[in-house]
Design a protein around this ligand. Structure first.
Ligand code: ADP
Ligand code: X2W
Length: 283
C-alpha cells in the first residue's frame, strides 16, 4: 500500500529545476511517474518549473552577461526577453513532452496566464550572502496573489497545471521570479499537504560536493545555521529560505529531493527523509 491515500483530495506541489527538463525520458521516468502515482491516488498536483541554466546559456550565446545574486537573477529588459524565450518556450515544451511520455495530462503555461500568479516588482532588499546594501534585482517580482480557484478548476477538469515561474500584473507587466519562490507561494495558497523541490542534488548536503552527505531532516534553526556557516550556498539558499518561510506559514512538510534514483520523489512522498531532505517544524 502506497500510503498516498491519506492525501486524497489534497494538493501536492512539485517544483522542477530547469536543468532537469533537458533529459525528457529521465524526467518522465522519475517526476512524471511520481505525478502519475499521485494522481492515481486521488492527490491533486500542481507543478512549477524553472529554467535558470537554459536562461544563462542563452544569455551567454547572445553576448550578454548573466548576473546572479545569491541564486536570484538580476533581470533587466533584455534578460527578461531571454527568460521568456527559455522558460515559456524551450523548457515549457520539454516539460510538456516529458509529462506526455509519463501519461500525465499537463497543461503547460506560465503564471502570467489568466492571472494564475500575480506579482509586483520586488523593492530593493538586503539579500542573504550579498553584503549589507539593499539590491535592486530589476524586473523581479514578489508574488502578491495566486488564483487558487483556477487551479481547482483545472484539477477538476483532470489537468495538471504546470507553470514556468514568470508572473504578471493587471497592468500587463511581466516579472521574473525564482521558481522555488513561486512554488512555495503556490503551495502555501493551495494549503498543500506537501511541497517537493526536485533538483539535481539529492537534498541538502553537509558537503555540497559529496552526494553521500545528504542530511535527511532539518529544523529551521539547523537550516539557518547551515546558511550562516556557508554550508548552504548559491541556488540552495533560496530553496532553504523559502522552505523556512513556508514552515512559518504553518505548512508542515517540504522536501528537497533529487531526480536520481528514479523512484526518489515517490519514495520521499511515502517516507520523509528517506530519499531527500525534509524540513520539519520540530523534531
Ligand atoms: N549544502 C548544499 N547542498 C546541496 N546543494 C548545494 C549546497 N550548497 C550549494 N548547493 C548548490 O545548490 C544547487 C541547487 O540549486 P539550483 O542550481 O538553483 O537548483 P535548481 O535549478 O534545481 O533550482 C546544487 O547544484 C549545488 O551546487
Ligand atoms: C529571479 C530569478 O532568479 N528567476 C529565475 C527563474 C528560473 C529558475 O528559478 O530556474 P531554476 O529553478 O532552474 O533555478 C532565473 O531567472 O533563473
Amino acid at each position: 500500500m502506497s500510503g498516498l491515500g491519506a492525501f486524497k483530495g489534497r494538493w501536492f506541489v512539485v517544483k522542477i529545476g530547469g536543468e532537469l527538463a533537458a533529459d525528457r525520458p529521465k524526467l518522465a521516468g522519475s517526476v512524471g511517474a511520481a505525478v502519475r502515482a499521485f494522481l492515481d491516488a486521488g492527490v491533486r498536483v500542481a507543478v512549477i518549473h524553472g529554467g535558470g541554466p537554459q536562461a544563462t546559456e542563452l544569455t551567454n550565446k547572445l553576448g550578454l552577461t548573466p548576473r546572479m545574486v545569491a541564486g536570484r537573477r538580476v533581470t533587466d529588459e533584455a534578460t527578461l526577453e531571454v527568460v521568456k524565450m527559455t522558460l515559456a518556450g524551450q523548457v515549457s515544451v520539454d516539460v510538456a513532452a516529458a509529462f506526455r511520455l509519463a501519461g500525465v495530462p499537463a497543461l503547460c503555461t506560465t503564471g502570467v496566464s489568466a492571472g494564475l500568479i500575480d506579482a509586483r516588482k520586488r523593492p530593493p532588499k538586503v539579500i542573504t550572502g550579498a553584503g549589507p546594501e539593499p539590491i535592486d534585482l530589476g524586473l523581479v517580482g514578489d508574488v502578491t496573489d495566486v488564483n487558487t480557484a483556477l487551479f481547482e478548476r483545472l484539477s477538476e477538469a483532470g489537468l495538471v497545471p504546470v507553470l514556468g515561474s514568470l508572473s504578471g500584473d493587471a497592468q500587463g507587466q511581466v516579472f521574473n521570479i525564482n521558481a522555488d519562490t513561486v512554488a512555495t507561494r503556490v503551495a502555501a495558497k493551495l494549503r498543500a499537504a506537501k511541497l517537493f523541490l526536485v533538483s539535481n542534488v539529492p537534498g541538502v548536503l553537509a558537503d555540497k560536493n559529496d552526494p553521500s552527505t545528504r542530511i535527511p531532516t532539518l529544523t529551521p534553526a539547523e537550516a539557518q545555521e547551515k546558511i550562516a556557516l556557508g554550508v548552504i550556498q548559491g541556488g540552495m539558499i533560496p530553496k532553504v529560505e523559502e522552505s523556512l518561510s513556508m514552515l512559518e506559514e504553518g505548512i508542515e512538510a517540504i522536501h528537497i529531493v533529487g531526480i536520481s534514483p528514479a523512484h526518489a520523489l515517490l519514495g520521499e512522498a511515502q517516507g520523509a527523509g528517506s530519499f531527500g531532505t525534509a524540513f520539519l517544524r520540530n523534531r
